[in-house]
Design a protein around this ligand. Structure first.
Ligand code: HEC
Ligand code: HEC
Ligand code: HEC
Length: 409
C-alpha cells in the first residue's frame, strides 16, 4: 500500500514536472515565433547580413551613411564575436537605447531611435529568436569612420538633439488598426529612417515625418497621403505594394526592393493593411509647384523615349500593371529630386521578386548608350510630359554618373 502511494506520488511529481517543462517549451516557442516575426518587421537581417551570404545575422555588411561607412556587427549567438554572452538587459539597451555593451553610444545607422518605440517584451522575444540562429564566429570592426567622427563621444550630443526615448503610446481616439499601423511604421518598420528628411547632422526633421529623403543614390519619396505623390494611391494600393513589391502605379527596386523582400512581404495581410491605413492618415505638404521645360529638350527627350523606352513603358507612359511601372504616376519620377530617374536610366534596375510575385521584371541600363545631354533630355521628358516635375540638366546627369561609378568601383 505504501509502495503504491509512493509510486503514485512519484508519477504525479513526474507528470507535473513534464507538464511544467512542456508549458515552458510552449511559452518559449511562442516567444521565439513572435521574435522571428518582429525581427522581420524590423528587418534586422538586412543590415546584419552580407547580401547573398549563408550566415544570417553574422554581420560584415557595410552601411553607407552621410558621414562614411559603418559595418554592421555580428548578432548571432556566438559568445566571442557575436552577442551570445550578452544579458537580455544589455541587448535591450542596444536595441532600444543605442547603448553598447561597453557603455559607449551606437551610431544611429542602427535604427535604435525607432526601435525605442518597441516594448521590452518585443525586444526580449527578438532576442529569444536570435538565440536560436546558427552561431557564427566572425569578428567585425564596426566603426571605420574617419577622425573625429570615429569618436563615439560625439553621439552623446547627437542623442540629446535627436533621440527621443519612450515606447509607442496608443492613441485612444484612433482605431485598433490605425494604432497597429502606427506602431509598425514608427517602431520596428523604421520607415522614417529612409523616408523622413534629415538635418545636416543626420537627425530626423521631426516636423516633416515621412516627407521624403534621398540616400545612397535613391529617392525615398514622400509617403504621406496629403497631396504628395501618394495622393492617388488607395490604402489597398499601398498594402499591395508592401506585400508584393508591385501595384498598378509602381514597382519597388533598390533599397525599397530589399525592404519589401526581407520585411514587409513577410508580414500578415492584416499588418500591411494596418500600415497602409496609418499612412493614408499621415498628411503631408502639397505637391511642388508646376514647372515647364524647354521645348527643344522635350522634343529630343520624346524622340529618345519613343525609340528606347516606349516598348516597355508604352507611348502614354502607362506601362504594364504590376510589371512595368506607370511613369505617368510614379512618385519617384514626379518628384523634385531626379536622383532615382537618373540612376535607373544610367544603370537599369531590377525590381523585387516576392513569394507572391516570383519574377521581378528588369530594366536594362542605358548609361553606355546615351551621353549626359541625352540622359538629361529623356529624364526631363518622362518627368515633365505627364507630370510637371522640374527639368534635369546635363550637369546633374554627369554628377549622378560619377556618383554611381564611385559606388560600383
Ligand atoms: C539599417 C541597418 C540596421 C538595422 C535595420 C538593424 N541594425 Fe543593428 N546595427 C547596425 C549597425 C550599423 C550597428 C553598429 C553601429 C555602431 O557601431 O555604432 C548595429 C549594432 C547593433 C547591435 C550592437 C552590437 C555590438 O556588438 O555592439 C545590436 C545588438 C544590434 N545592432 C541589433 C539589431 C537588431 C536586434 C535589429 C532589428 C530589431 C537591428 N540591429 C537592425 C545596423 C542595423
Ligand atoms: C532602407 C531605406 C528604406 C526604408 C527602411 C523604407 N523605405 Fe520605402 N522606399 C525607399 C526607396 C529608396 C523608395 C523608392 C523605391 C524605388 O525607386 O523603386 C521607397 C519607396 C516606397 C514606396 C513607394 C513610393 C512610390 O511612389 O513609388 C512606399 C509606399 C514606401 N516606400 C513605403 C515604406 C514603408 C511603409 C516603410 C517602412 C515599413 C519603408 N518604405 C521603409 C527606401 C526605404
Ligand atoms: C525592357 C523593358 C524596359 C525598357 C526598354 C525601359 N524600362 Fe524603365 N523600367 C522597366 C521595369 C521593369 C522597371 C521596374 C523595375 C524597377 O522598378 O526597378 C522600370 C523602371 C523605370 C523607372 C522607375 C520607375 C519607378 O517606379 O521608380 C523609370 C524612371 C524608368 N523605368 C524610365 C525608363 C526610361 C526613361 C527608359 C528609356 C530610356 C526605360 N525606362 C526603358 C522596364 C523597362
Amino acid at each position: 500500500m505504501r509502495r503504491a502511494a509512493q509510486f503514485a506520488f512519484v508519477m504525479l511529481t513526474f507528470a507535473v514536472g513534464v507538464s511544467k517543462a512542456m508549458s515552458a517549451d510552449v511559452q518559449n516557442f511562442a516567444a521565439v515565433e513572435r521574435g522571428r516575426y518582429l525581427a522581420a518587421a524590423a528587418d534586422c537581417g538586412s543590415c546584419h547580413t552580407v547580401p547573398g551570404s549563408d550566415h544570417p545575422f553574422s554581420g560584415g555588411r557595410p552601411i553607407e551613411t552621410p558621414f562614411g561607412v559603418l559595418v554592421a556587427p555580428n548578432i548571432t549567438p556566438d559568445r566571442e564575436t557575436g552577442i551570445g554572452a550578452w544579458t537580455d538587459e544589455e541587448f535591450d539597451a542596444a536595441a532600444r537605447k543605442g547603448m553598447r555593451r561597453d557603455g559607449k553610444r551606437l551610431y544611429p545607422a542602427m535604427p535604435f531611435p525607432y526601435f525605442a518605440r518597441m516594448t521590452q517584451e518585443d525586444v526580449k522575444d527578438i532576442r529569444a529568436y536570435l538565440s536560436t540562429v546558427e552561431p557564427v564566429h566572425n569578428s567585425v570592426a564596426a566603426n571605420q569612420l574617419p577622425f573625429p567622427l570615429n569618436q563615439r563621444m560625439a553621439m552623446t550630443v547627437w542623442d540629446k538633439l535627436y533621440f527621443k526615448p519612450g515606447e509607442f503610446m496608443e492613441q485612444r481616439n484612433k482605431s485598433k488598426q490605425w494604432n497597429r499601423g502606427a506602431y509598425l511604421v514608427e517602431g520596428p518598420g523604421h520607415c522614417g529612417a529612409c523616408h523622413t528628411p534629415k538635418t545636416v547632422l543626420g537627425g530626423d526633421k521631426s516636423d516633416k515625418p515621412l516627407q521624403g529623403y534621398t540616400l545612397q543614390g535613391w529617392v525615398a519619396p514622400d509617403i504621406t497621403s496629403g497631396q504628395g505623390p501618394l495622393a492617388e494611391w488607395s490604402a489597398d494600393d499601398l498594402a499591395q505594394y508592401l506585400k508584393t513589391g508591385h501595384n498598378r502605379f509602381a514597382a519597388a527596386a533598390g533599397l525599397m526592393g530589399e525592404v519589401v523582400e526581407l520585411s514587409t512581404s513577410r508580414l500578415s495581410d492584416d499588418d500591411t493593411k494596418a500600415m497602409a491605413a496609418y499612412l493614408k492618415d499621415v498628411s503631408g505638404p502639397k505637391a511642388a509647384a508646376d514647372s515647364s521645360a524647354d521645348a527643344h529638350v522635350m522634343a529630343a527627350g520624346g524622340a529618345i523615349y519613343q525609340d528606347l523606352c516606349s516598348a516597355c513603358h508604352k507611348s502614354d507612359g502607362s506601362g504594364v500593371p504590376n510589371l512595368i511601372p506607370n511613369l505617368a504616376h510614379a512618385a519617384t519620377v514626379n518628384t523634385g529630386d531626379p536622383t532615382t530617374v537618373l540612376r535607373v536610366i544610367l544603370q537599369g534596375a531590377q525590381s523585387v521578386a516576392t513569394d507572391k510575385e516570383p519574377t521581378g521584371p528588369a530594366m536594362p541600363a542605358f548609361g553606355w548608350q546615351l551621353n549626359d545631354v541625352q540622359v538629361a533630355a529623356v529624364a526631363t521628358y518622362v518627368r515633365n510630359h505627364w507630370g510637371k516635375a522640374p527639368p534635369v540638366s546635363a550637369d546633374q546627369a554627369k554628377k549622378e554618373r560619377a556618383a554611381l561609378d564611385a559606388r560600383t568601383n
